[in-house]
Design a protein around this ligand. Structure first.
Ligand code: MG
Length: 159
């Protein structure tokens, strides 16, 4: 068994689409970043890379033209391939999105569907929770959205 942790935060700005867990969310602002700035997917990717000791997302997907505007679900698919290539598979992933607004509960189920799809795992292996910042810090002040993820991997039988 291998465990991994991931964290990410992006600023919320006007004129950008908001994408979290691969789901486009209706909101007046979006996350600023080189890719689609999907903090949830980035945290999950970093947790998976950490679990197999393969560094971090910035190492695998540097901020070059090649990855500009890339869908983070594509990045997650690539990370899933790296994990499988190392002979590991996901046991479960538990994720938290920290956002003051918008309300994410209506999108939770679809995020799980998208994440499980990209990872090619059952949906009950993925948990996505949302919590507010209670007015505190950049998240609570509505200036950023952050995400955390913890994953557990196990050696696959066929490795
Ligand atoms: Mg990021």
């Amino acid at each position: 068994m291998r465990v991994g942790i991931g964290y990410d935060i992006h600023p919320l700005v006007e004129g950008r689409p908001l994408v979290l867990g691969g789901v486009r969310i209706e909101y007046e602002k979006g996350l600023l970043g080189h890719s689609d700035a999907d903090a949830l997917v980035h945290a999950l990717c970093d947790a998976m890379l950490g679990a197999i000791g393969l560094g971090d997302l910035g190492e695998h997907f540097p901020e070059t033209d090649r990855f500009k505007g890339i869908s983070s679900l594509e990045i997650l698919e690539h990370v899933a391939d790296l994990v499988a290539g190392r002979g590991y598979r996901l046991v479960n992933a538990d994720c938290i999105v920290h956002a003051e607004r918008p309300l994410l509960a209506p999108y939770r189920r679809r995020m799980i569907e998208e994440l499980a799809g990209a990872l090619r795992v059952r949906q009950d292996m993925i948990s996505v929770k949302a919590t507010k910042g209670e007015g505190l810090g950049p998240v609570g002040e509505g200036r950023a959205i952050a995400a955390r993820a913890v994953v557990l991997l196990e050696r696959s039988m066929d490795a």
